[in-house]
Design a protein around this ligand. Structure first.
Ligand code: LMR
Length: 450
């Protein structure tokens, strides 16, 4: 075969060689001057490659797995007994009402969000008969779900909090807390939370750490259904915590993402926050509607600031805080997205729909509880080494199984079961068709890898 004919151009120039022909040389210089900069201002030593988000990376791996046996126990999103996302029937109804509304438009919301949503959101978490609400000691801002609420709270504290600017987080906590807080320049520290031996709460460790923390620290508390452990303080432990948080003048920052999911009852799941408010604390709350309304992608959330009951000055504090929150919100997102808030507001403002929502919540929390029972009894039937009472003792969306990182890895590689490497499982990923396979896989892995 003869070689291909030469394609050498008559007058060549590129960025690497300088042409000899004077006319070409002038064009070459002009070309180089007009070229974009050939280097980056963001080399690897200033912008190193970041690791993929572990939770969303896990979801990607799960989607790519074509095994018919695969089970997704990763992200905390409710699934029905067929393993499918569940659009709450009440959300479907609200959606229809919104679509049928001839006055509907797509104008901007006010900076603080949809008032019919934020006012009900505050009532939901603080209680309809809350004195803080009656005394106008609360200001609420609609946010990009719970993450946005945590962020707005963090930003507000970073700018205005003059106490100890270290936020104490439970060990472990929701993986995102750390980066949300440090991104705005706050320090983080940890308080012990999970007792590996009992797979329950390390209350002593927690209380001691909060006693040892410098006065006026910020303490981030999961209001209910702690993520990732599924372990909550008891009522009397909450009371003790309130006492020592008051004694140390710490500032409580509540994160509530699972109201209605822990006990199935909206009021008891808000019990800790309401107790602190009744005790006269000044505090903030980051509230998510992702899980309890199944509005994951719609990003409906709320941030609340509650002032202490100091009479007229409380209202004045709230007015000032609200004005600054509005500026922060405007500079960050201008005004919040409308759809999710419209859906939640439609439900929260209608007695019948509200009652139906509570039933939908019972359906979700009830199915999760039945899966806890099924999993525990299957593991006990199989005689799987270890104790498994924590599966039913823990509450909410997650169970902290106690499985090691190696065991978790093996479950993924050999059995196509996906969970976070700390051994957390989203109970909602289990159903009557896969709980058997999951229990048997856990049994094998626990026996193989101690
Ligand atoms: C989870 O922990 O799985 C959820 O809160 C989802 C998330 O954004 O991390």
């Amino acid at each position: 075969m003869s070689p291909p004919p030469s394609t050498k151009p008559s007058s060549s120039f590129n960025s690497h060689s300088s042409p000899t022909n004077p006319a070409d040389r002038i064009r070459h210089i002009a070309h180089q001057m007009a070229s974009p900069v050939l280097t980056t201002s963001f080399p690897a030593d200033t912008v190193p490659q970041a690791p993929e988000d572990p939770l969303f990376g896990l979801a990607r791996e799960y989607r790519a797995d074509d095994s018919p046996d695969k089970i997704d126990l990763g992200i905390g999103a409710y699934r029905d007994n067929n393993g499918k996302p569940w659009v709450l029937p009440v959300v479907k109804k609200a959606d229809q009402i919104i679509r049928d509304d001839p006055t509907l438009n797509h104008e901007y919301l006010p900076i603080q969000g949809l008032a019919s949503f934020t006012s009900r959101a505050a009532e939901l978490v603080l209680g309809k008969s809350s004195t803080a609400l009656a005394e106008q000691r609360v200001t609420s801002v609609q946010t990009i779900s719970g993450t946005g609420a945590c962020h707005l709270g963090a930003l507000f504290l970073a700018k205005f909090y003059k106490g100890n600017r270290t936020v104490y987080l439970s060990n472990p906590t929701w993986a995102n807390h750390n980066q949300i807080l440090t991104n705005v320049g706050l320090q983080v520290a940890q308080y012990p939370y999970f007792d590996k031996k009992t797979k329950g709460l390390d209350f002593k460790g927690m209380a001691q750490a909060l006693k040892d923390a410098p006065e006026g620290s910020v303490v981030l508390l999961h209001a209910c259904a702690h993520n990732p452990t599924g372990v909550d303080p008891t009522e009397s432990q909450w009371h003790e915590l309130a006492e020592l948080i008051r004694a140390k003048k710490h500032f409580p920052f509540f994160d509530t993402a699972y109201q209605g999911f822990a006990s199935g009852d909206l009021d008891s799941d808000a019990g800790a926050i309401r107790y602190f408010v009744d005790q006269g604390f000044e505090l903030v709350v980051a509230q998510s509607f992702a899980k309890n309304f199944g509005l994951y992608g719609e990003r409906a959330g709320c941030f609340h600031f509650v002032a202490a009951p100091t009479g007229d000055s409380a209202r004045e504090t709230v007015t000032r805080v609200a004005s600054q929150l509005a500026i922060l919100q405007r500079s960050e997102i201008s005004n919040p997205p409308i759809y999710g808030a419209r859906v939640a507001s439609t439900v929260l403002n209608d007695e019948k729909l509200y009652a139906e929502w509570k039933e939908n919540l019972q359906t979700m929390s009830g199915r999760v509880i039945s899966m806890r029972k099924a999993l525990r009894s299957k593991l006990e039937e199989l005689g799987t080494p270890g104790t498994w009472n924590h599966i039913t003792d823990q509450i909410g969306m997650f169970s902290f199984t106690g499985l090691s990182e190696t065991q978790v890895q093996k479950l993924k590689q050999q059995y196509h079961i996906y969970m976070t490497k700390n051994g957390r499982i989203s109970m909602a990923g289990l159903n009557t068709s896969n709980v058997d396979y999951f229990a048997k896989s856990v049994d094998k892995v626990v026996r193989e890898v101690q």
